[in-house]
Each structure stands twice: as structure tokens, then as C-alpha cells.
Design a protein around this ligand. Structure first.
Ligand code: Z5A
Length: 219
């Protein structure tokens, strides 16, 4: 059921490491601002004071000590606060929210890769997310090797590896498959974007989806 208080549009970006989500969140916000649309950019895990504290703990490796369902519950706890404190108030004011990762990351990382019964993940999603589901989810898709090479290049510039960047190539290939399965199961909500293109091409493809699906323009 759609959330009656949800006035703005809710866009999420998903995909594997180095897919370019953060880069494209910024590009979307710029394009929306140029159209005079008030936009809030945010991320998961994080996006509210308490969820950012949980992010530190989760990505430090602490969450790895838990079973996949325990880990999924930690991400969901952060999500509940993020929705309550940041996302829902913005959407209720008519602000568009653009979020770097959301519930599909739990389904892919903890659910599919952690072999959790999909019904359990859906139940957790109903509790944590409720009716505040994204209007559009952009799945940034690219071969795992390219994403990992981008993340490695960024690390050379000083960024630290996080919890899942340490996993092997097979893990990241399975992750890609899982995101594509999510997109195939929810075609109305999800758009698959070819993220192996250069930044401007990716950005143009994303903008076409936003115009067509959310601004109801012909492209
Ligand atoms: N996680 C989870 O397990 N369960 C959950 O429910 C949630 C999350 C919500 C968050 O890490 C981790 O939490 C994540 C999943 C897990 N796993 N890991 N690892 P994060 O927020 O620190 O990192 P991330 O979400 O994976 O994003 P990222 O690795 O920072 O990548 P990105 O945001 O997709 O890419 P980027 O920062 O925009 O770009 C990466 C580099 O590539 C950078 O140097 C860019 O300049 C470059 N780039 C970007 N686009 C291009 C193109 N098109 N061509 C060439 N180079 C490019």
C-alpha cells in the first residue's frame, strides 16, 4: 500500500562496489536542483545520527561476527532510524530523497549471499520499511572486475577498504546476479543502468529514467 504521507519522490541507487552510486547521487541532485526540485541526498547504512553511529560499527567488521540474519537486523535497525528521522519527514514535506543503497542491499548482501530464506528478508523489510518503498530504484550494473578495480584505484588514493571489499571475486559476481534478479522481479520499480559506461553516459541514462518514470516526460 502506498504511503499517504509520501509527497516527494523516493529514489534509491543500488549495485556492487565501485559501481558509481555516490557519483550518480550527486549528479541526480544537481539535475533535480536545476529543475527547481528540492532534493535531499542520503546514504545507507547511515543517514541519521544514530544510523551513522551504527554504520561505523557495522562497517568496521563488527557485524561479521553475527550470522547473516543478525547482520540484516543491524542494517534494519539503522534503516528504521534513518526512515523515521530523515527520509519520511523529507518526503512528507514534498522533498525528493535520493538514497545511496537501501533495502535491496540487505536482500542482496545478507539475504542472497547469506542464504537467508527470502521470506524472512521480506518480513524484515515489512517491519523496517513499511509503506515507505522507493518510487524508483536504479540498479547500477557492471562486471564485478570493473567495480573492484575502481574501488582498488580509489584505495590507492588513500580510502580504506570496508567490510565487503575484502570478499573475493566470486562473491561480487554473485552479488551482481542477485541485484539483477531483484530488478527482474520488480520491473515497475527498478531500472537497470549500464554502469560500465563513462560517468556522463551513466548520468544521461539515469536522467532519462527519472524523466520518463517520475516526471512523466517523453524522452
Ligand atoms: N550493505 C549491506 O551489506 N547491507 C545493507 O543493507 C546496506 C549496505 C545498506 C556500504 O559501503 C557497505 O554496506 C556496502 C554494502 C553494505 N558494501 N561494501 N563494501 P559503502 O557505503 O562504504 O560503499 P558502497 O556503497 O559499496 O559504495 P562504493 O564502493 O563507495 O562505491 P560507489 O558509491 O558505487 O562508487 P563511487 O564512490 O561513486 O565510485 C567509485 C570510484 O569509481 C570513484 O573513484 C569514482 O570516481 C569512480 N567512478 C565512478 N563512476 C565511474 C565511471 N562511470 N567510470 C569510471 N570511474 C567511475
Amino acid at each position: 500500500m502506498a504511503d499517504p504521507h509520501h509527497q516527494g519522490k523516493f529514489i534509491t541507487l543500488e549495485g556492487g562496489e565501485g559501481a558509481g552510486k555516490s557519483t550518480q547521487v550527486r549528479a541526480i541532485a544537481e539535475r533535480l536542483a536545476a529543475r527547481g526540485i528540492e532534493t535531499l541526498t542520503t546514504r545507507e547504512p547511515g543517514g541519521s545520527a544514530k544510523a551513522e553511529e551504527l554504520r561505523e560499527v557495522i562497517l568496521s567488521g563488527f557485524a561479521k561476527q553475527f550470522s547473516p540474519i543478525g547482520e540484516a537486523m543491524l542494517f534494519s535497525a539503522a534503516r528504521i532510524d534513518h526512515l523515521d528521522q530523515t527520509i519520511r519527514p523529507a518526503l512528507a514535506r514534498g522533498v525528493w530523497v535520493v538514497c545511496d543503497r537501501f533495502m535491496d542491499s540487505t536482500q542482496a548482501y545478507q539475504g542472497a549471499l547469506g542464504n537467508i530464506d527470502p521470506r524472512l528478508i521480506k518480513a524484515l523489510e515489512r517491519v523496517a520499511v513499511g509503506p515507505t518503498r522507493p518510487d524508483l530504484t536504479l540498479i547500477l550494473d557492471l562486471p564485478a572486475e570493473i567495480g573492484l578495480a575502481r574501488a582498488a584505484a580509489r584505495r590507492k588514493k588513500g580510502a580504506a577498504a570496508d567490510r565487503f571489499e575484502g570478499e573475493d571475486l566470486e562473491f561480487h559476481q554473485a552479488l551482481r546476479k542477485s541485484f539483477l534478479e531483484i530488478a527482474a522481479a520488480e520491473l515497475e520499480r527498478c531500472a537497470v543502468i549500464d554502469a560500465a559506461q563513462d560517468v556522463d553516459q551513466v548520468s544521461a541514462q539515469i536522467w532519462d529514467e527519472i524523466r520518463r518514470r517520475l516526471l512523466k516526460e517523453s524522452v
